[in-house]
Design a protein around this ligand. Structure first.
Ligand SMILES: Nc1ncnc2c1ncn2[C@@H]1O[C@H](COP(=O)(O)OP(=O)(O)OP(=O)(O)O)[C@@H](O)[C@H]1O
Length: 227
């Protein structure tokens, strides 16, 4: 039996009073890799924000991992986020501390206390993104692609059931984008579910996966060649 990670039924998404997307009905099963595409302003980020609880669900039914978005209150949001790994276009690393301490900060904030277990986990996630030797570097000492790998490592810290990546290659050159995509693909192959918003169509063609388009306030699956 497939395990459903995201289930939306007749969802409408608003920014303030503006309807951004409507009639969204979809399921994402465990292990899937799904692209969300669409032109600027079509609602990709609003969709992602709804999934990670940054935009409240006002209309329809939505389940993300084992959270009912419609019943969630403010205090539930951190618990939802612990089940998610979120990756942004602009990396969002803390500039005042090195990679190890960026990762340790997240572990501590999510309840980890044992120093040796934290060190072990940090080594494990850095290894997954091929950055094991860069733990003592500060963010400004890393390239954009390396910073994004660290951001992906950070997203893996709490073994998330779902990774939400909003334009993860938006600030990267084409070659570095491909390298970051390979990392995401490896992570997906190890069984993790990934939803990635992007407008990089070249990347989608290179790494074809299920693709859902936001257009004219609607979301629908597209076949690759019609992208
Ligand atoms: N915080 C906000 N308050 C009000 N309106 C917003 C807010 N954020 C986004 N919007 C509006 O919602 C619509 C969808 O924006 P969204 O950021 O979801 O699109 P997007 O597809 O992610 O675009 P991009 O590719 O440029 O990131 C746009 O019309 C935008 O102006």
């Amino acid at each position: 039996m497939p395990e459903t990670i995201v289930k939306l039924q007749d969802v409408a998404i608003f920014q303030e009073d503006n309807l951004i997307l409507s009639n969204i009905t979809m399921k994402v099963e465990k292990g899937e890799f799904v692209y969300i595409i669409g032109k600027t302003g079509s609602g990709k980020s609003s969709f992602m924000k709804t999934l990670y609880g940054d935009l409240p669900l006002r209309d329809g039914e939505g389940h993300v991992v084992d959270f009912d978005l419609g019943k969630m209150v403010e205090d539930d949001i951190p618990f939802l986020r612990r089940k998610l790994g979120i990756v942004f276009q602009d990396f969002k690393l803390l500039p005042d501390r090195n990679v190890n301490n960026n990762l340790k900060f997240v572990l501590k904030a999510t309840g980890w206390t044992d120093d040796s277990k934290m060190a072990e986990k940090i080594e494990e996630v850095l290894d997954k993104v091929d950055m094991k030797t860069k733990g003592f570097k500060f963010p400004h000492e890393l390239s954009g692609g390396e910073q994004q790998r660290i951001a992906i490592a950070r997203a893996l810290l709490n073994d998330p059931e779902l990774i939400l990546a909003d334009e993860p290659t938006g600030n990267l050159d084409p070659q570095t984008s491909v390298e970051v995509m390979k990392v995401l693909q490896e992570i997906n192959k190890s069984g993790r579910t990934i939803i990635m918003a992007t407008h990089d169509y070249a990347l989608i063609l290179k790494f074809p996966q299920k693709t859902i388009k936001c257009d004219n306030s609607k979301m629908f699956e597209v076949v690759q060649r019609a992208v």
